[in-house]
Design a protein around this ligand. Sequence first.
Ligand SMILES: Cc1cc2nc3c(=O)[nH]c(=O)nc-3n(C[C@H](O)[C@H](O)[C@H](O)COP(=O)(O)O)c2cc1C
Length: 195
Amino acid sequence: MRPQIIVLYYSRNGGTQKLADAIATGITQAGGDALLRTVAAAGEPASARDLALEPDELGPCDGLVMGSPVRFGHMASALQQFWERTSSVWLKGQLQGKPAAVFTSGSSMHSGQESTLLAMGVPLLHHGMMLCGIPYTEPAIQQTQSGGSPYGASHVSHQQQTKLSEHEYQAAVALGKRVTYAATALKPLQQQGKL
Ligand SMILES: Cc1cc2nc3c(=O)[nH]c(=O)nc-3n(C[C@H](O)[C@H](O)[C@H](O)COP(=O)(O)O)c2cc1C
């Protein structure tokens, strides 16, 4: 069976959603199925395109990639609130030993992308997930003049520009592939409870 990878994101203006789509492309190219899911923020309409993720969908997945806009150097509260609904998943260890990765969109350089990426990894580590970054052997990480980092995929949106640069796109595709290959490789050990 093809690895089922959840791409969970929140996006108000579309930049983070563009990264989610590039990551989904990488997942598909690596032989997996990308399940694009979102969360609704209080006072905002639900996504017209992707379903809202419910915690009970986490158990069957083989990996998860999570993305958020930068919100004062941190992830959006809608995503934090989602993780606060996952205690039963955590108690059963349903994400333990599965690969994960993170991505973000922020309006300018040096204004919180790295702190947001690192903060998003924290709940995933609490769930026992195996966090993947993007290695420096990926040319886009070496060459980018905007987003893309060893901590995860990213986009610099400057005045709400949602179009990804070529390097941002390539880094996001590479991250989707890496999580999918990791899910394929880890699944036997994960199912035996060795991770
Ligand atoms: C409340 C708020 C706080 C924000 N804080 C930051 C920030 O700390 N650093 C930054 O680069 N952008 C910040 N932004 C801008 C968004 O992160 C940026 O526009 C992002 O690309 C939006 O992603 P989206 O297109 O997926 O909605 C903030 C935006 C809002 C509304």
